[in-house]
Design a protein around this ligand. Structure first.
Ligand code: 1PZ
Length: 212
């Protein structure tokens, strides 16, 4: 037997992990009784992989990395006590702390925003051939995160956009060609959407709006 030679890169790992989550959620929807829920530790593992992308963005986005990593770490801690994503929502609903700063449910909402930001970022990356990533990143940020961020954060992010690597630099750091990157980005886009919708539904089904 000849083993197929597949080059694993950070992007491969991310796409693969989210395909696992997406597949679980789709299969769950196909079963009529939706009793099996997404495990928090499995979800956290996939979210942790995303952190490597920050390393490619340079020092200007160090604060974004620290923010994201802190939120994921809080959920990892929570996974020692809570089995599923549902469980953390239920606790915060009972305590009336869903939107309280630092609560697991609020941090889950923030991590969800991060996943969605990457999804739109990848969509924009595929859509344009721009040498600069400024437009790509600005469009994604404006669409997903800016409406929920303070003026100070929005200002810092737009200043950071000038320090982004170029498209070619990013590809080199990710150890990808344009073709291989786009393929893996498409896989992430398709896989992450059901995951994001699943998370949104955790809030909506408990009558919690998503305007925060
Ligand atoms: C080519 C790639 C360009 C990517 C540019 C992405 C820029 C994203 C910048 C985000 C900055 C976030 C700064 C901090 C925001 C906090 O105010 C909020 C609220 O925190 P809370 O009040 O609940 O404690 N934090 C967040 O929203 C979590 C931040 C998640 C950021 C994820 C970014 C993922 C992007 C990965 C790109 C590879």
């Amino acid at each position: 037997k000849v083993a197929k030679q597949v080059q694993m890169t950070p992007l491969s790992d991310i796409s693969k992990a989210f395909e696992g989550l997406g597949k679980f959620i789709k299969e769950r929807e196909n079963r009529s009784n939706e009793e099996e829920d997404l495990r928090l530790d499995t979800f956290c593992k996939a979210c942790s992989l995303v952190s490597v992308l920050f390393g490619c963005l340079g020092l200007a986005f160090k604060f974004a990395e620290l923010e994201y990593v802190a939120k994921v770490r809080d959920l990892v801690e929570a996974s020692k006590t809570f089995d599923t994503l549902q469980d953390i929502l239920d606790l915060d609903v009972a305590n009336n702390t869903v939107k309280t700063q630092g609560s697991h449910s609020r941090n889950l909402r923030r991590v969800r925003q991060g996943l969605d930001l990457i999804r739109v970022l990848f969509e924009q990356f595929i859509l344009t051939e721009d040498y600069s990533l400024k437009e790509v990143a600005s469009t994604a940020y404006a669409q997903v995160c800016a409406p929920y961020h303070t003026w100070a954060v929005r200002t810092a992010v737009s200043a950071g956009m000038y320090a982004l690597p170029t498209r070619d630099q990013l590809l080199r750091k990710l150890n990808e060609s344009n073709t291989s990157a786009e393929k893996k980005m498409r896989r992430y886009i398709n896989a992450s959407l059901p995951v994001i919708k699943y998370i949104d539904n955790l809030y909506l089904s408990r009558n919690i709006s998503l305007d925060w």
